[in-house]
Design a protein around this ligand. Structure first.
Ligand code: 3PG
Ligand code: MG
Length: 407
């Protein structure tokens, strides 16, 4: 990889220099209280920030949070993130209440060596996500003025052709941060020559989101286990009654075609937890996957499915399957935020944790599930901070943020 790294930048010396760090501090917030519910992405960027402050850089951090529409929107303020980042760094983080305006200018100008500033949400500015090169470029000019060098440590956003990800590195000396390097290192082992058996577990709500990755993975994997909301379109494609479960009608034919071409590699649920309603306290039962009652909605995979998936992950004497040596998991198996429908995700996560395989957890919901279910993060090989980014990497797509670092 022809990418310069943080170590290269540190070797040049950064003391007294302003270093602009693009981070992905897009953390989930509690809808009622606005509190940060999972700070995994903040912790993931600490190694890079710590190395820079220790070396005496003036560190200017920028990030997006949520999807505001190019104008300030208080519910998406990074202000709570500044507080948490300061706690974790053990030093105050100076927060700018705008991204490239007066507050940002004075905050950056006032930074002492070894101090950290966080700019307000990048997406409060139209230029950040604009499809117009000139509009993005103009915003990138303003951002780039805050740094003498640029570090990309926002792995979760490398698949976005946004000003802070794609255009700023064209304007400043640029390097990959520790997190981006580690993510790319790990994911490239999956697209290279993974140790076999290589088993992939996919869940989440939509087949359409996962279609490209399924296509890309099918020739490579030994087993592809499918759960979560997306499994119902596959079950429907097999001709089963799925009640009121999630269905992507226009994907049925595609699923049928995938199943035909999969040479038996795709494993679908054999039982599901079907409920009266999409609610935490809804009445529910375990039913066969080929007989979901018409008025019921499938909200989790069932215990027999968990056992079957666990056997495919850990190996089973009964059907002679070998222990997986490499595992990639993206997407919950059910509505794990509701305890009644969390067993599938928990069971599969535990089987992955207990296996001897090198396991990679795709970011977003599955990474949050690992922490929300109280599983030990150390029992997984790598927990990615990128949901969409890790999927697009595995699809073999060119990622704008990585391409920008290569130039
Ligand atoms: C994510 O949460 O997947 C990343 O932070 C990217 O966010 P986005 O999907 O809104 O671009
Ligand atoms: Mg996303």
């Amino acid at each position: 990889m022809s990418i310069r790294t943080l170590d290269d930048l540190l070797a040049e010396g950064v003391s007294g220099r302003r270093v602009l760090v693009r981070a992905d501090l897009n953390v989930p917030l509690d809808k009622q209280t606005g509190a940060i519910t999972d700070d995994g992405r903040i912790r993931a960027v600490l190694p890079t920030l710590g190395a820079l402050t220790e070396a005496g850089a003036k560190v200017v951090v920028c990030s997006h949070l949520g999807r505001p529409k190019g104008t300030p929107d208080p519910q998406f303020s990074l202000s709570p993130v500044a507080g948490r980042l300061g706690e974790l760094l053990g030093a105050p983080v100076h927060f700018a209440t705008d991204t490239v305006g007066e507050s940002a200018e004075s905050t950056v100008a006032a930074l002492a060596d070894g101090e950290v500033a966080l700019l307000e949400n990048l997406r409060f500015n139209k230029g950040e996500t604009s499809k117009d090169d000139a509009e993005r470029g103009a915003f990138a000019d303003q951002l780039a003025a805050f740094g003498d060098a640029y570090v990309d440590d926002a792995f979760g956003a490398v698949h976005r052709k946004h000003a802070s990800v794609y255009d700023v590195p064209a304007r400043l000396p640029h390097v990959a941060g520790r997190l981006v390097l580690r993510e790319v290192e790990v994911l490239s082992t999956l697209t290279g020559d993974p140790e076999r058996p290589y088993v992939v577990v996919l869940g989440g709500s939509k087949v359409s989101d996962k279609l490209a990755v399924i296509e890309a993975l099918l020739p490579t994997v030994d087993r592809l286990l499918i759960g979560g909301g997306m499994c119902f379109t596959f079950l429907k494609a097999q001709g089963h009654e799925i009640g009121t479960s999630l269905l992507e009608e226009e994907m049925i034919e595609t699923c049928r075609n995938l199943l035909e071409r999969s040479e038996g590699k795709i494993l679908l649920p054999v039982d599901v937890v079907a409920a009266d309603a999409f609610a935490p306290d809804a009445a529910h039962d375990v039913v066969p996957a080929n007989g979901i009652p018409s008025h019921r909605v499938g909200l989790d995979i069932g215990p027999e499915t968990v056992a079957g998936f666990a056997a495919a992950l850990r190996g089973s004497v009964a059907d002679g399957t070998a222990n997986a040596r490499t595992i990639f998991w993206n997407g919950p198996m059910g509505v794990f935020e509701m305890p009644a429908f969390a067993n599938g995700t928990r069971g599969v996560a535990e089987a992955i944790a207990e296996s001897d395989a090198f396991s990679v957890v795709g970011g977003g919901d599955s990474a949050a599930a690992v922490r929300a279910l109280g599983l030990d993060e150390k029992s997984f090989g790598h927990i990615s901070t990128g949901g969409g980014a890790s999927l697009e990497y595995l699809e073999g797509k060119t990622l704008p943020g990585i391409a920008a670092l290569e130039n």
